[in-house]
Design a protein around this ligand. Structure first.
Ligand code: ZN
Length: 160
């Protein structure tokens, strides 16, 4: 069976950036399982999964536009420490939920200078071309219940 809309597919992946550095990998974990055609993986990869079958190994390059988005300078901000009420010790690398132009975003603290906190609401991989090495490990038809819920049940999915 080939990967198409309403298929449940599982795959192993290694994601490297333009510098060849591995930024994420399923190595040593269960393969990633998803319901094809529902936007659960980045659009550029989902497109290239289409038509693949079990055992297929391939490389997929994904542009920022079809990956984690382009880099927005306006998402880099300086905010006063008072904005982080209830947080004792703010350190670079900490992540918070914030409000962006399009709703909730995750922001990362990049620098702390006295009472000024520098935050970045860009996805850490925004603006980067993604290089995936993929191995498809399973393809099956989604059950009626999975289609109704819009997610995968069982191994690698929801248990409820
Ligand atoms: Zn469900």
């Amino acid at each position: 069976m080939q990967i198409a809309a309403n298929a449940v597919a599982a795959f192993h992946y290694t994601l490297t950036d333009d510098q060849g550095k591995v930024v994420d990998s399923s190595e040593g974990r269960e393969p990633l399982t998803y319901l094809h055609g529902t936007g659960q993986i980045v659009p550029g990869l989902e497109k290239q999964m289409e038509g693949r079958t079990v055992g297929d190994k391939f490389n997929a390059d994904v542009s920022p536009e079809e990956g984690y988005g382009i880099h927005h300078d306006e998402l880099i901000q300086e905010v006063p420490k008072e904005a982080f009420q209830g947080v004792e010790d703010i350190q670079p690398g900490m992540q918070f939920q914030g409000r962006g132009p399009q709703g909730e975003i995750n922001v990362t603290v990049t620098k702390v200078e006295g009472n000024t906190i520098y935050i970045d609401g860009n996805h850490p991989l925004a603006g980067q071309t993604l290089h995936f090495a993929i191995e498809v490990t399973d393809v099956r038809a989604a059950t009626a219940e999975e289609l109704e819920h819009g997610h995968v049940h069982g191994t690698g999915g929801h248990h409820h």
